[in-house]
Design a protein around this ligand. Sequence first.
Ligand SMILES: NC(=O)c1ccc[n+]([C@@H]2O[C@H](COP(=O)([O-])OP(=O)(O)OC[C@H]3O[C@@H](n4cnc5c(N)ncnc54)[C@H](O)[C@@H]3O)[C@@H](O)[C@H]2O)c1
Length: 336
Amino acid sequence: MAKVLVTGGAGYIGSHTVHAFLDGGHSVAVVDNLSTGTRSAVPEGVPFHEADVGDAAAMDSILSDFQPDGVLHFAGSLIVPDSLTCPENYYRNNTVATLTLAEACLRRGVKRLVYSSSAAVYGLFEGAAADETSPTAPMTPYGWSKLMAERILADLSRAHGLRYAALRYFNVAGADPKGRVGLGKNRAPHLLKVACDVALGRRPALPLYGTDYETRDGTCIRDFVHVSDLAFAHVLAFAYLEHSENPLILNCGVGRGYSVREVIAAMDHILDHPLRVEEHPRRPGDPPALVAATDRIRATLGWIPRFHRLEDIIRTTLACERGQEAENAENKEGSR
Ligand SMILES: NC(=O)c1ccc[n+]([C@@H]2O[C@H](COP(=O)([O-])OP(=O)(O)OC[C@H]3O[C@@H](n4cnc5c(N)ncnc54)[C@H](O)[C@@H]3O)[C@@H](O)[C@H]2O)c1
């Protein structure tokens, strides 16, 4: 069984992945600066370090104390519109911090690293589905910050033997079907999270950005991957790196695209009433369609997403948000 240090383990994807590793019998520790994560998302008994991955001394000390077999690196900033107004924060927290972490790993003899990359590296993709050899042309500083970190890892791998996997996530959605962790508190305006907020009366309407794209119904098309499936892809990638020095760059998507209007229709169907939608002009940095070619991850890791139906992904998201709502109400009641 492996020892794994998870950066950003108090956030949405990191916390789901912590559970996937614990379920597999592995030993886990978390480092997170709690900028968007929550301490309560880290399961009891898992060692937690409140620290910044950009702090080399802190990372050196955590790595030498815990001596992990490898690191899963989720920590980062991901609000795409913010990256247009404050690009420096994205280069610092995503690119520079990844370099700092990777160097600390090399200093401490930790040679395995799984990195959270993004479909945003493809940018304005024109084909049916992006594969890992498709041209990269990010449309935002966020996408560039992720691609530059990939490049750093590739060079450190060649020069110093770092074994890494860059997993390019498409649109991550859903929540742990067992309800152990949820969507967290980051402000990223993920479509399903916002749709749930509207369904639960936390927001008045769902903003729909762009209805004039050259897609089948004029709205953007995205590939939704369930967070528990994604978490399991990390377990497989981490195991793969134990025996292989080959760097891995893998798309993590289901390979099927849904338009925003199709997502809204599926949500309406589940709720049995229409969501209130407000149409807006296109948002800068949104490519019209982004769907993953998934042959490589299926062939290399044997990864098969269990949640490939949009409806199931929406249901777990809603169930989790409703559960959270009930828990908050209970806590409020208890504190009276
Ligand atoms: N959510 C998506 O759809 C999506 C898609 C593509 C890629 N990603 C990538 O996946 C990763 C995780 O995303 P998420 O959705 O779980 O976001 P999140 O905000 O829920 O989680 C990020 C976690 O990292 C922590 N963190 C941020 N900067 C840190 C730092 N410098 N030091 C220590 N901890 C830090 C935050 O407190 C948080 O707990 C990110 O790197 C993101 O770019 C996410």
